[in-house]
Design a protein around this ligand. Structure first.
Ligand SMILES: Cc1cc2nc3c(=O)[nH]c(=O)nc-3n(C[C@H](O)[C@H](O)[C@H](O)COP(=O)(O)O)c2cc1C
Length: 435
């Protein structure tokens, strides 16, 4: 069996089993095993996995199942880092609610429709056509999970042409992430809105200068939630200088501090002062308010501004009134308020209220391609991936990130097809039932 046919397997990119171009049995097989360039699909990742095992006795770097992925990441990570990512606020009821919300809906597939192996997942988002409506959620301090941190995650999202969101709590700066993400790729910047307007202006100007094109303003984390796992250890990486790189590199912060903490002659005490300054100015315990949004618009101009952390219909309507371009329905992965509504449970009412007036993003609890399908079917315009990517990162850096992202996209594309959808236009609430 390991003859000429399988020689092609190392470049398997397609499961185009019913290619109309196949004339003979051999041509049909070749069209599957060695497809024409440009006809690749996310779902072909499954063939790649099967053939890599058949030919080379290789299995993926981590599981394709979320629970097993998280379990092996836990073994690889220091306990404090694992708990920092896995944990939530208080009794972690909101973390659980985010997952339970997905069980409130079941997919009701349609059959006998003209679905081809290549399903059209492209979507138009903030003046870009994207290959899929999938975005990297802003996640800080990624070097906790692998030394390559944000460099690895931004590289993989760039490779796939999917938006990467850089956090204000990043352990890597604007320019370095832009370089690893790659020229021309869609990059977003997430702001923890500083209490000092000069710093805000400086962060936004540096972001724009480095090609970040959408501003995501996180509005639910102006004070830190009661994160019991971290509290029990006293674990707060920012004080030790991890997750404060945006502040350490900022020229206006240098002026305010009176020194450059990254200078060769900077003392350890100065570095710690600068880390504290960044942390305090970005999580100051004073809520941002609607009436100050103009300050961001003044610096950011016409480029898209999106509010992350909206959960109520009233706030979504206010977002329309105040002229922002989008909202991301999110409860910060259950890390802020314990006992909050499951993120997906809040989605339908917000979609009913503001769909078409705003771009609607969603995150919280997405663990599989089927979850992505459900969120989109309920009306989200895009979804964000958080914890699954971190667990991938723990597995050999970019290799694990690539595996997890390709797996989620593959399962999503397969689910779209098996539910009877040719493109995302077909993915709607008629394919879901409440359970
Ligand atoms: C370790 C960790 C760090 C995070 N850091 C940020 C951040 O810096 N800024 C932000 O807006 N959200 C942050 N989030 C929240 C994510 O953007 C997203 O809302 C959340 O991870 C979604 O939940 P899920 O990962 O369970 O799907 C963080 C989440 C985790 C798990």
């Amino acid at each position: 069996m390991k003859s000429t046919t399988l020689v092609f397997c190392c470049s398997i990119y397609s499961t185009n089993l019913f290619s109309v171009y196949a004339q003979s049995a051999q041509e049909l097989i070749n069209s599957v095993l060695n497809p024409p360039p440009g006809s690749e699909h996310y779902s072909s990742y499954s063939s790649e996995i099967y053939f890599n095992h058949t030919l080379y006795n290789q299995t993926p770097v981590a599981s394709t199942n979320y629970d097993r992925l998280e379990a092996s990441a836990k073994l690889l990570l220091p306990p404090a880092a694992y708990d920092y990512a896995a944990g939530g606020a208080g009794l972690e009821k909101t973390v659980a609610a985010n997952r339970e919300a997905f069980d409130h809906w079941r997919i009701l597939p349609r059959v006998m429709r003209p679905v081809q192996p290549s399903r059209n997942l492209t979507t138009r988002l903030f003046n870009r056509t994207l290959p899929a409506p999938v975005v990297m959620a802003p996640v800080g301090v990624q070097t906790l999970f692998h030394p390559d941190g944000e460099r690895a995650t931004s590289k993989v999202f760039g490779e796939l042409g999917l938006p990467y969101t850089l956090s204000t709590a990043s352990s890597t700066g604007f320019a370095d992430v832009a370089a690893s993400n790659g020229a021309g790729n869609p990059r977003w910047y997430q702001l923890y809105w500083p209490s000092d307007d000069d710093l805000t202006r400086s962060y936004l100007e540096t972001a724009a200068a480095n090609g970040y094109e959408v501003l995501v303003v996180t509005v639910d984390t102006w004070d830190l939630g009661w994160r019991t796992r971290d509290l029990d250890r006293g674990f707060f990486p920012f004080i030790n200088g991890v997750g404060v790189q945006i502040g350490l590199e900022d020229p206006v912060a240098h002026q305010k501090l009176g020194f450059n903490p990254l200078a060769a002659n900077a003392t350890a005490e100065q570095k710690q002062t600068a880390a504290l300054y960044h942390t305090i100015t970005t999580s100051r315990g004073v809520s941002p308010v609607w009436s100050n949004l103009w300050k961001l618009r003044e610096v950011w101009g016409d480029k898209p501004i999106v509010l992350k952390g909206v959960q109520s219909v009233e706030d979504a309507k206010l977002a329309v009134e105040w002229g922002v371009d989008g909202v991301i329905l999110s409860n910060h992965g259950g890390r802020q308020i314990d006992g909050a509504i499951g993120s997906l449970d809040a989605l339908p009412a917000i979609v009913d209220a503001v769909k078409g007036k705003l771009t609607i993003g969603f995150d919280g609890g997405i663990r599989s391609g089927a979850d992505i399908f459900k969120a989109l079917a309920l009306g989200a315009d895009f979804v964000q991936l958080g914890r699954p990517i971190l667990w991938g990162l723990a597995h050999e850096g970019e290799k694990g990130v690539r595996h997890v992202l390709r797996s989620l996209l593959a399962e999503f594309e397969i689910t779209v097809g098996l539910a009877g959808c040719v493109s995302l236009q077909d993915v709607n609430r008629t394919l879901l039932v409440e359970s």
